[in-house]
Every structure is written in C-alpha cells, then in structure tokens.
Design a protein around this ligand. Structure first.
Ligand code: GDP
Ligand code: MG
Length: 188
C-alpha cells in the first residue's frame, strides 16, 4: 500500500512530478452546480486527508489522491474540488475549467476564471470541460462555441457527462498528460 504524505517544504511552489510526495495537482474550477464535486470523486477516488497541502503555514487545500496509470506510466495525482481561497494563491499542474452545457452563465464564468488564472499562472495548461452533455433538451451552449472559446486561449475542450460516466476516463487521461507537460493532452 502507498502512503501519501505530501512534503512540507512548500510543495505548492514547484511542479508535481507524479510521485506520492509530489503528486500531479489537478484543480477543478467553475460555478456552483456545474458538477465539480461529482467529477472530483470520479477522477480522484477516495478522499485522503493526508493530502492536505500546507503552504506558508496556511492550509490551502484538500484533495482526492490516487495512483493512476496513463500511457503505461504510473503517477500519483491529487484532485482539488474547487479552490476556496484567492485564486492568486493557486498553484497547480493543470486546471480544469468546468461549466454546464445547460447553463450559459456557467460558460461565461469559465471565461472570467481563465482571465484570472492567466494573470497569475500563464503557463498552466487549461482544459475546458463542458459537463452534463446528457441533458440534451436543456442545452444552452453549443459544442462549436465551446471549442471556439478554448481555441482562443490555447486550451482544449472536452464535453462529457459525469453522471453517466461518459468520457470521464478521457478527462482523467487528458488531465494527467497535461500535468506531465504533454500538450495537446486530448485526442481529437
Ligand atoms: P458542484 O457545485 O460544481 O460541485 O456540482 P455538483 O457535483 O454538486 O453537482 C450539482 C448537481 O448536478 C448534482 O445534483 C449532480 O448530481 C448534478 N450533476 C453533476 N454532473 C452531472 C451530469 O453530468 N449530468 C447531470 N444530468 N447532472 C449532473
Ligand atoms: Mg461542489
């Protein structure tokens, strides 16, 4: 069994390498109700309190930790469900900007978040995630405009349904690849 003990020497200041001491950090951001918590559990598995990361003696997050194998390589990941602090304190290896395809306001919110994120960490790869694709009849955002938005900021777009577990494994693989520095992270 692997014990996850995130090292205390300001682990947020440097990139994760996928080891249990320095997991790849995946952060979910987006408006309330878009499905972040559902996704965090789907991607991150069991909640592990030992993954709490302290930075400048301040608790900056708690995440879901697990080992994953992507492209034949094993990595430790930590998935943070949202970020309650000031976005400028956020340090991660990939950011998942989540909206619901049934809620146009949540789509606009991802654009705002992306601008905030780009101010403080311009290099972090961003995957735009359109969740709730199962709710076909209440769709408010088209696939085409989401792709156009992602293209604007050199992100990639994935449309999925966390409830139906549709394309969640693709999101996990894409997030891990992006966190490892591989880009583009998603297949077409
Ligand atoms: P959060 O506020 O972003 O953390 O969103 P939650 O994960 O709490 O989800 C909000 C609501 O949307 C819950 O009732 C979920 O069951 C529902 N939900 C999440 N993902 C999906 C999805 O892919 N399809 C549908 N139809 N509902 C979803
Ligand atoms: Mg939530």
């Amino acid at each position: 069994p692997i014990t996850f003990s995130v090292s205390q020497d300001d682990p947020t200041s440097r990139p994760g390498d996928g080891s249990p001491e320095r997991p790849l950090r995946i952060v979910l951001l987006g408006q309330n109700g878009v499905g972040k918590s559902t996704l965090a559990i789907a991607l991150g598995g069991e909640f592990d309190r030992s993954a709490s990361v302290d930075s400048d003696s301040q608790v900056v997050g708690e995440g879901y930790v697990r080992m994953v194998t992507v492209d034949g390589e094993e990595s430790c990941i930590v998935v943070y469900d949202n970020w309650k602090q000031d976005l400028s304190t956020l340090k991660c290896d990939v950011c998942l900007l989540v909206f619901s395809v049934t809620d146009r306001r949540s789509f606009h919110r991802t654009a705002q978040l992306r601008l905030l994120l780009r101010e403080t960490q311009p290099q972090t790869p961003i995957i735009l995630v359109g969740n709730k694709s199962d709710l076909v009849r209440s769709r408010e955002v088209t696939t085409e405009e989401a792709i156009a938005s992602a293209t604007l900021f050199e992100g990639q777009y994935l449309e999925m349904s966390a409830s139906l577990d549709h394309r969640t494994s693709e999101l996990l693989q894409g997030a891990v690849r992006a966190a490892r520095g591989q880009w583009p992270a998603l297949g077409s």
